[in-house]
Design a protein around this ligand. Structure first.
Ligand code: AHR
Length: 498
């Protein structure tokens, strides 16, 4: 049996906000130290940034970068991370039981953004701190000059304001593990008052309120409703976080992770719109999916780590081909909701559950998950077309019957080109695909790129960095305005049409 769908430019979900291709740099493990930053590395520039890593960041096509956490931000003291390096204090990082030297700080982060073209997305500490600290940080970053804090920035070498538009109001404040964890009522008030004060400094900011740290939290949905009831007018986005892993060898359910992700998105949209109706509000709250990935949280850390170490090896997951296929499916889920998911951050960028890995004083390389992200960022720009798949299904323990095909399509409105992104969740059989192109102008196949492998456990490592790379499929063609393709078992596919 084959899978099929129809493309028609008249039926669109919405435009892709470039911020959908964001990522995340947290002071966690080796994301910063020996990740993006390693003075003395042969590839480091004069500022200590690893050029080999920055090149891969550019190739990945990351648009926005969230910083400095994550759980780390709930103990963050930004003023420790600015000014002369030799005067910066080392501090306990309670979130990850590590020592933070503050050698890499705000100015170095902005340098990273400038050199890679990434837009900064800054988080304020609403764990151990609050309104006053948030506006002081904002003034330090964005005020033009002539005040103590903006002049301090200039004295530290950054005369030009950073102009950071997007700000997260804390991180995962619903989680009992969070330093300064709060009830929804407490957080709703704090988020609203922090947002109000930040807008007094600059009304043009875009602010993200913390949603639930996962859809399995006991307070999920009521947390969002309570927070938004108080903060609705003052914020623009609510955040979503989700991580997926294979549990107890149930690969079929793992391959269907995006079913959960789409349900999560639709539930948060419904909750936001419910509050909108209750408040008789006209504006809509959009979604910032600012942490998403495959993360093997249940696996023990294979690396020995001591408490209060500097830059320990934490969360250094090595991704397989199977993981990359699930990861691609998560990207498809985001694109299929591009009307409301207007920002997203792949957690994280380097070494920590990341598409880019490094060795200290050694190489940098691409994980399997690098490829779906880079391809989606390169070709998934424009208008997402509505895709209703008619697909054979398979049975999963967690989600029941699930379509073997997961797909979306993006139309580049300037060129008329269309890119189909598709995953075959089937582990054993190829899936024939027919796409009726009756409503689009693109009828010629440019290329069909595939990430799949005879060994679904294959990975890229420092020794074999190119073990897994995309290949080109043959036989994909359009006849009589119908695209015919064969999707390999367990595969991520990018079919470009012009
Ligand atoms: O991305 C790793 C961690 O996951 C983040 O610090 C936290 O926000 C989430 O729980």
């Amino acid at each position: 049996p084959e899978a099929r769908f129809t493309l028609d430019a008249a039926f669109a979900v919405g435009s892709v906000n470039p911020r959908l291709y964001g990522s995340f740099v947290e002071h966690l493990g080796r994301c910063v130290y020996t990740g993006v930053y390693e003075p003395g590395h042969p590839a480091a520039d004069a500022d200590g940034l690893r050029q080999d890593v920055l090149e891969l960041v550019r190739e990945l096509g990351v648009t926005t970068v969230r910083y400095p956490g994550g759980n780390f931000v709930s103990g963050y003291r930004w003023e420790d991370s600015v000014g002369p390096r030799q005067e910066r204090p080392a501090r306990l990082d309670l979130a990850w039981k590590s020592t933070e030297t503050n050698e890499f700080g705000l100015s170095e982060f902005m340098d990273l953004c400038r050199k890679t073209g990434m837009e900064p997305m800054m988080a304020v500490n609403l764990g151990t701190r609050g309104v006053e600290d948030a506006i002081r940080l904002l003034e330090y970053c964005n005020h033009r000059g002539g005040t103590e804090l903006s002049d301090r920035r200039a004295a530290h070498g950054d005369k030009e304001p950073y102009g950071i538009r997007m700000w997260c109001l804390g991180n995962e404040m619903d989680g009992p593990w969070q330093t300064g964890h709060k009830t929804p009522e407490e957080y709703g008030r704090l988020a609203a008052e922090t947002a109000r004060a930040m807008r007094q400094v600059d009304p043009g900011l875009e602010l993200v309120a913390c949603g639930s740290s996962s859809s399995s939290m006991p307070t999920f949905a009521s947390w969002e409703a309570t927070v938004l009831q108080t903060a609705y007018d003052l914020v623009d986005h609510v955040s979503l976080h989700a991580y997926y892993e294979e549990i107890d060898g149930d690969r079929d359910s793992f391959l269907a992770s995006a079913v959960d992700m789409e349900h999560f998105i639709e539930s948060v949209v419904a909750t936001c719109d419910h509050v909108r109706a209750r408040l008789k509000a006209t504006k809509r709250i959009n979604l910032s999916f600012d942490e998403w990935n495959v993360w093997y949280q249940k696996r023990p850390n294979p690396h020995p780590v001591e408490d209060w170490q500097q830059a320990p090896r934490l969360l250094e997951d090595v991704y397989t081909v199977t993981d990359a296929v699930v990861f691609g499916s998560l990207l498809i889920a985001l694109l299929r909701h591009a009307d409301r998911v207007t920002a997203a951050s792949l957690a994280q960028l380097v070494n920590v559950i990341a598409p880019i890995m490094t060795e200290p004083d050694g190489p940098a390389w691409r994980q399997t998950t690098f490829y779906p992200f880079a391809q989606a960022s390169a070709y998934g720009r424009g208008r997402v077309l509505r895709v209703e798949v008619d697909s054979p299904t398979y049975t999963t323990a967690r989600f029941g019957e699930v379509p073997l095909l997961h797909a979306t399509a993006v139309l580049d409105e300037e060129t008329g080109d269309v890119t189909v992104f598709a995953v075959n969740r089937g582990r054993t059989d190829a899936l024939p695909l027919k796409v009726d192109l009756r409503g689009v102008e693109a009828h010629t196949v440019v290329e069909h790129l595939v990430l799949a492998d005879s060994d679904p456990e294959a990975t890229n490592t420092a020794d074999r960095p190119d073990r897994v790379t995309p290949h080109t499929a043959t036989g994909t063609a359009v006849t009589d305005r119908v695209l015919h393709a064969e999707l390999e078992p367990l595969s991520w596919n990018v079919i470009r049409l012009t």
